[in-house]
Design a binder for this molecule. Structure first.
Ligand code: MG
Length: 276
């Protein structure tokens, strides 16, 4: 046989899957970061905001464990406790984390500007809205109610605990595919503010858009971001874009408010027969 033939999807984008903190709500992805700092403080091991944010996007227990594996944190832990942190320590901190996180979630649940308008535009084009998160189901219950009060209600929400493993595994995305009745992973776009969140979409075979400014990479609430001098903004923007570029996202923009040109471009590329 002299030729082989490749099947390509040329239809419409069927679904857009959105992350929560740092993507659709909680500009700066503040809620988890402040609580990670607190649970380590409760063990007399102070950590920096940067250390607290490093593994963002993972299941929250995995996140606490990954912080405990940072060389700087291990050294500090050794100094205070005379030994390295164990999985039992991670368990204790996770038990500490859950109620603290539940208590403060609503303080950070304001929708990111542009979210409602973008959701309306996506839906008007017949796209379904799915979502994934590293939060636990009872945490999502709070976020979901707060979001709904502000007018945002995705068609599907999957938490890391609902599937065998969280990010960067593709399972939460694939569970959304099932929940939404989507036919092709190539017809989906995953949008996220963290590297593992983009990888989750890539691993699921989807198109991806990384958000550099509204989430974990800059890590500042909207007002603080807006108050930064232009030069400092430019420095942080450049660093955030560089980080997100390294994870292989198809597109990177500032915030959810900027995604529509990417959606148009993805749709045009799919129509031309390009795959994700
Ligand atoms: Mg996020």
């Amino acid at each position: 046989m002299n030729f082989s033939y490749k099947r390509t999807y040329r239809g419409s984008i069927e679904a857009v899957l959105l992350d929560w903190a740092g993507t659709t709500m909680d500009f700066g992805c503040m809620a988890p970061a402040v609580v990670f700092v607190q649970v380590y403080k409760n063990q007399n091991v102070p950590i920096t905001m940067e250390e607290a944010r490093a593994p963002m996007g993972a299941h929250k227990r995995v996140h606490i464990q990954k912080i405990s594996q940072l060389d700087t944190v291990r050294r500090r832990w050794q100094e205070v406790h005379g030994r390295l942190p164990t999985d039992d320590d991670v368990g204790v901190m996770f038990a500490d984390f859950v109620p603290l996180q539940l208590k403060c979630l609503s303080d950070y649940s304001e929708l990111i500007p542009g979210t409602l308008d973008i959701i309306e535009q996506l839906r008007s084009r017949g796209m379904k809205i799915g979502s994934t998160t590293g939060y636990l189901p009872d945490m999502m219950e709070i976020n979901r109610k707060d979001a709904e009060r502000q007018g945002y209600k995705p068609d599907s929400t999957v938490c890391a605990g609902d599937v065998p493993a969280g990010r960067p595994y593709p399972y939460m995305c694939l569970q959304n595919v099932m929940n939404l009745g989507v036919t092709m992973v190539q017809s989906c776009v995953k949008i996220d503010d963290t590297v593992p969140g983009v990888e989750e979409g890539l691993n699921a075979g989807m198109w991806t858009i990384g958000l550099a400014i509204s989430g974990n990479e800059v890590g500042l609430p909207l007002k603080e971001w807006e108050a930064l001098p232009a030069e400092e903004q430019a420095l942080k923007r450049e660093r955030a874009y560089r980080r997100m570029e390294q994870c292989g996202a198809h597109y990177i923009v500032d915030t959810i408010a900027d995604i529509m040109p990417c959606i148009d471009d993805i749709q045009a590329r799919i129509h031309r027969g390009e795959g994700s």
